[in-house]
Design a protein around this ligand. Sequence first.
Ligand SMILES: [Zn+2]
Length: 202
Amino acid sequence: MYQAELIERAARFRSAGDDPTRNLSACPTLVLNADYTPLSYYPLSVWPWQTAIKAVFLDRVDIIESYDRAVHSPSLDMKVPSVIALKQYVRPSQFPAFTRFNVFLRDRFTCQYCGSGHNLTFDHVVPRRLGGRTTWENIVAACAPCNMRKGGRTPQQAKMIPALQPIRPTSWQLQQHGRCYPPNFLHETWRDWLYWDIELEE
Ligand SMILES: [Zn+2]
C-alpha cells in the first residue's frame, strides 16, 4: 500500500543529515489517518513538506491545514500543508513505534510529575547512570523544571512518582489519546515534531 510505504519512509529519517528539522526553513507536515469522524483524527506521523506536497499531487491526501508559507516553482504555487489526512485508511500496527511523539501522546502531553503541559522533555524514571534503559517502561514525559528537580535520582529518592505507570501502549490506546487532539491543536505548536517522530534508541 502506497501510504504505508510513505509512512515507513517518513519513519526512516533518523540520521542528522536526513533530518529536515536541522534546516530552519523546513515545514514538517503532520499526517493523519483517513477517517470519516472528525473527532477521531489520529496523528500518524510527521513528513517533510516535500513528501507532503508530492502526496498532494499524487492525490493520496487531503489538506487539512496549511502554513502561511508558500512554495513557488514554474509548475507549482501552493501553500505548504501543515496537516494532511490520508485518503485511504491505514490500519496502524498493533504496537506503535517508540518515538518521542508517541511517548508524548501516551502521556497526553503532560508532565507525569506535576501535570504541566509546558516545556515538555523526557525523563528516565530510573536514571541511566543507575542502569535505567530508554524504553517505553522507563521513559515519561516530564517538564524541564521537574526533570531538573528529579536529577539523577530514582522516583523513591526524589519522592517524585510518575502519575501513571509507564507502559508500552497499544495503537488502540494511543488512538484514544489522539482523539483528544484535533488537528488544530497541533498546528501551531509542533515545529519540532519531526524530531519527536524519530524512533528512540534503546
Ligand atoms: Zn513537571
